[in-house]
Ligand binder design. Structure first.
Ligand code: 13P
Length: 342
């Protein structure tokens, strides 16, 4: 394993003022989002949407890396330039989602286990040949009556650790994503408790599987109250709960933490990241940034709605969200940046 190479890639991903853009929705997830706006659920439309994202002028000023999906990494711009080359020309590192999705976990009703280890080394070799320098694997943990179970947490974190070991061997930085979902009416305290347990178990598994955590990126959820919880804590409380949880369980050797947005609005995802970077400035051993899909791609997707005449307006909206999150990454996000009046 070439740990220097992995650390160098991770450092590029975590570069000052930038974060990651997730555009790795599987075909069914992408189609589901298209259906909301009446966009045709076709390969051509998915290519057009990803083309719009990748060709957004200036995106590389705010985004250090983009996570692609198997279909997307093989696609090209209309002029024939591979998407991967177009990203690299903007200074954006291509990454690839390599898990095969969260499936119902046998013996554990209501819980999921992410699959995709079979043949992973060979797939990584192919993706590396196409230009991918980091990968992503998402595990899903649901909070509810009697769940999550330790059995589900152990199995998912074990798979994440095996995935990470295979990536490191292939010279690809593993982005390790254990997502505790926002679905439900649980309190922020319950989310903190579950997130702490998941991360503690995860870092135990990573150590057991000989993963060098100085060559990974952690992609976690923020510590939040469930969507349906009647008590919704403020931005500062959320920021404190999240970073205090990480300070307990995320080793200082981890170079970066890049959040998923998980269904938060674009404004809240930026404001919460910003609050963490303001309140814990100089007190965190790792870099804290974003790796958002929905909190960057919305509202641009609705503005586009599949129509060529809307491309420029959608790109403007996309760039705006990337700009807001880049400011939040530096702890400099504010109302005038959000309103575009700065
Ligand atoms: P969201 O930011 O929409 O949660 O997506 C991030 C991601 O990569 C989910 O796996």
């Amino acid at each position: 394993m070439d740990i220097q190479k992995l650390r160098a890639t991770a450092a590029e991903m975590m570069v000052e003022g930038k974060g990651l853009l997730a555009m790795d929705e599987s075909t069914p997830s992408c189609n589901k989002r298209f259906a909301e706006y009446g966009i045709p659920e076709t390969e051509a439309a998915r290519r057009d949407w990803r083309d719009l994202i990748i060709t957004t002028p200036g995106l590389g000023s705010y985004v250090s890396g983009a996570i692609l999906y198997d279909e997307t990494i093989r696609q090209k711009k209309l002029d024939g330039t591979p998407f991967v080359d177009a990203l690299r020309a903007e200074g954006i590192i291509p990454g690839i989602k390599v898990d095969a999705g969260a499936k119902d976990m046998a013996g554990f009703p209501g819980e999921k286990l992410t699959e995709g280890l079979d043949g992973l080394a060979a797939r990584l070799q192919e993706y590396a040949g196409m230009g991918a320098r980091f990968a992503k694997w998402r595990a899903v943990i649901r909070i509810g009556e009697g769940i999550p179970t330790q059995g589900c947490i152990d199995a998912n974190t074990h798979m994440l650790a095996r995935y990470a070991a295979v990536c490191q061997e292939a010279g690809i930085v593993p982005m390790v994503e254990p997502e505790v979902l926002m679905d439900g009416d649980h309190t922020i305290e319950r989310c903190a408790e579950v997130t702490e347990n998941v991360l503690r178990t995860l870092f135990g598994q990573l150590a057991l599987q000989n993963v060098d955590v100085s060559g990974i990126i952690l992609k976690p959820n923020m510590v939040l109250a469930g969507k349906d919880c009647p008590v919704q804590p403020g931005i500062e409380e959320t920021a404190d709960a999240t970073v205090n949880c990480f300070l307990k369980v995320v080793p200082p050797q981890v170079p970066g933490i890049a959040f998923l947005s998980g269904g938060q609005s674009g404004e809240l995802a930026a404001a919460r990241l910003n609050a963490m970077n303001v309140r814990f400035k100089g007190k965190m051993p790792w870099t804290l940034t974003f790796s958002y899909s929905r909190a960057i791609q919305y509202p641009a997707l609705g503005i586009w709605s599949g129509k060529a005449e809307n491309v420029a307006a959608a790109q403007k909206a996309l760039l705006h969200r990337a700009h807001c999150n880049s400011a939040a990454r530096r702890g400099e996000y504010n109302d005038s940046i959000e309103q575009g009046t700065e």
